[in-house]
Design a binder for this molecule. Sequence first.
Ligand SMILES: [Ca+2]
Ligand SMILES: [Ca+2]
Length: 306
Amino acid sequence: MFGQSSRAIRRAAVCAGALAAAALAIGTAAALPRAPWSTEQGSADRAAPRAAAAAAAGPRAVPLLGRKSNGRLYDYELTGSGGVKAAVDLGGGFADATALIQAGHSENGTGTDLYFRIGKTLYYTAERGNDTKPVGTGWDVYNLLMSPGNLGGTAHDDIVGRDAAGALWLFQGKADGALAARIRIGTSGWNGMDVLAGRGDYTGDGKSDLLARSTTGTLYLYPGTGNATADAAFGARVTVGTTWGATAYKTLVSVGDSNGDGKADLIAVDPAGALWLFKGTGRASAPFEARTQIGTSGWAAFTTLF
Ligand SMILES: [Ca+2]
Ligand SMILES: [Ca+2]
């Protein structure tokens, strides 16, 4: 199943603890709700899926995570056939996070780990670990942060950030959640984009790519070169389509290969709150099939999907 994520997740206690620690670190300690379950609950249930995911050679898929305006996080595990399962409430306390990023470093790269920004500081917490830690400060210079999965070609997921001048930067992840020194992967113009998405290969060459939606509604595919060197991470962009704007889709997000066919896919939320899957074709010239509805309503309530 190409590493499909199908296990239940019990990281809420870890995350809530992380936010408590973060709040203390910046001197704004607040009462944070406790998660209703143990981080150890059901760990045996996850052993087999973990092993299978670690052994899988194909593209990775991750759960869809969402935050609502009340600060609660929800986890939607994948069905493996393109859809998502019922929500698991991961707990609250995330209202103050100004960025939420999912990346996989722990559990041999199959863990669903979390980066989050509070104030100027970026924090990292492993799914099951007690190693919540500040990754660095000064992260307020980025007005958009996301993970494209493993863009740089190292063994771990990376983070992409956009600065106020419109340049794009790549931070390659390490096994312990630390990030390598940033590499510029876009010189200018990225301020014209309102969504960055993508997690995996959309062109069929095995190298991870990036998707970007312009504020005028055009979706672009930036084919990854696999070269994590300055201004050489992408080939010439391809126009996917011109009808992807905010009136059609509130946001776009990718969890990798949702349906297990080896090709990375894209998920979209329309303004009415329905959820749509665009199955990847693996062809740059026409990277997506016609959309398939995978959620009927309620998805517009998320302030962040990641
Ligand atoms: Ca590619
Ligand atoms: Ca797919």
